[in-house]
Design a protein around this ligand. Structure first.
Ligand code: R5P
Length: 290
C-alpha cells in the first residue's frame, strides 16, 4: 500500500480557472477526444496543417510517384505534419514507430473504370481506433450521380466519429462535369459542415476563395490537385491560407516534385510561417541544391 500523502494546500485562489476557447474554428463545442485528435493534425501554435496525401491508390491504383510507397514516400514522410493514406498502405508500408498523426481514407468502392460517386464506407470505426487514426476521410460527391449516398456515408461516419471521438474529414469530390468555381465549393463545403463534418478538404478557386472559407463554419484544408510548377503550387498554397484555409492536404504537387522533401519544407514555410511564394520557391531551390 502506498503511503497516504498530505492533503494539498496550494489552491491558487487568486488564479481564475482557465476557460479558453479551442483554437480551431467551429470546434469549441466538440468533446475532448475529438479536440485532442484535431490538435495532433493541426498545429495549435499556427492553427494550420500540412497533410501529405498519398491515398490516391484507393481508386486509381499505383499512381505516378506512389508505385512503391516504402521506397518513394516513407523516406520523407516524417516531414509532413500529417499523413493521409489507406489502412492497407499503413499496415503494409508504414512502420508502427511512425510518430506523425495519420488520417485514414474511409470511403471507397468504384475504381477509375466506373462511376466514382458510387462509394460506400470502406472501413470500420473499430479498425480506425485499432490503428490509432487521428481522423477519417470520406469523399462527398455534391451534384454527383450518387450524391445522396455519399452524403449519407458521411453522416453515418460522423455519427460513429462522435460516438468514439474520431474527427471526420469530408473531401469535396469534383466530377468531370462539375464546375470548379467558388459557387460550387461554397455549396459543397457548407453542406458537409452543416451535416457534421469536423473539417473539409476542398480545391482552391482563383476567384472568391475567401467566400468558400468564410461560409464554411469549420476549418478548410486545400486539396492540391494535379501537378503544376512548384512556384505555382506554392502560390496557390499561400493564397489559400491567406484567404482563410487552415492548411493544405497536398499529394501530387509534393510527391511528383523532383525534390519532394524540399517542396514539403517550402509548403510548410508557406503554411506555418506565411512565407511569400517567391521566397518559398527560393527556399525550395536552395534545399533542392543542398
Ligand atoms: C483524392 O481524392 C485523394 O483523396 C487525394 O488525397 C487528393 O486528391 C489530394 O491529393 P492531390 O493533392 O494529389 O490532389
Amino acid at each position: 500500500m502506498p503511503e497516504v500523502d498530505k492533503e494539498g494546500k496550494d489552491y491558487c485562489l487568486n488564479v481564475p480557472a482557465s476557460n479558453d476557447g479551442f483554437f480551431l474554428k467551429g470546434c469549441n463545442s466538440l468533446d475532448w477526444g475529438l479536440k485532442n485528435r484535431l490538435s495532433r493534425i493541426f498545429n495549435p501554435a499556427t492553427g494550420r496543417t500540412v497533410m501529405l496525401a498519398i491515398d490516391h491508390g484507393y481508386f486509381q491504383g499505383p499512381t505516378t510517384g506512389l508505385e512503391r510507397i516504402d521506397v518513394k514516400i516513407m523516406p520523407f514522410a516524417e516531414h509532413a505534419d500529417t499523413l493521409m493514406l489507406t489502412r492497407g498502405i499503413l499496415r503494409a508500408n508504414v512502420p508502427p514507430s511512425y510518430s506523425k498523426p495519420v488520417v485514414l481514407r474511409a470511403s471507397g468502392g468504384p475504381s477509375i473504370l466506373r462511376e466514382l460517386s458510387n462509394e460506400e464506407i470502406a472501413m470500420s470505426m473499430e479498425d480506425a481506433l485499432r490503428l490509432n487514426a487521428s481522423a477519417l476521410a470520406i469523399q462527398v460527391f455534391i451534384g454527383g450521380e450518387f450524391e445522396t449516398r455519399s452524403v449519407h456515408n458521411m453522416t453515418r461516419l460522423v455519427d460513429q466519429g462522435l460516438r468514439y471521438g474520431m474527427p471526420i474529414l469530408a473531401v469535396t469530390a469534383v466530377g468531370k462535369e462539375m464546375a470548379r468555381d467558388a459557387r460550387y465549393f461554397r455549396l459543397a463545403c457548407r453542406i458537409c459542415a452543416e451535416l457534421g463534418a469536423h473539417y473539409v478538404k476542398t480545391y482552391y478557386t482563383p476567384e472568391d476563395f475567401e467566400t468558400v472559407t468564410a461560409s464554411c463554419p469549420v476549418p478548410i484544408v486545400m486539396a492540391g490537385g494535379k501537378k503544376i510548377g512548384e512556384l505555382d503550387a506554392l502560390t496557390m498554397a499561400y493564397n489559400a491560407v491567406q484567404q482563410g484555409a487552415s492548411g493544405v492536404d497536398m499529394g501530387r504537387n509534393i510527391f511528383q516534385s523532383e525534390a519532394p522533401i524540399a517542396m514539403l519544407k517550402a509548403v510548410k514555410a508557406v503554411v506555418h510561417e506565411n512565407l511569400p511564394p517567391q521566397q518559398a520557391f527560393e527556399m525550395y531551390q536552395d534545399l533542392r541544391k543542398g
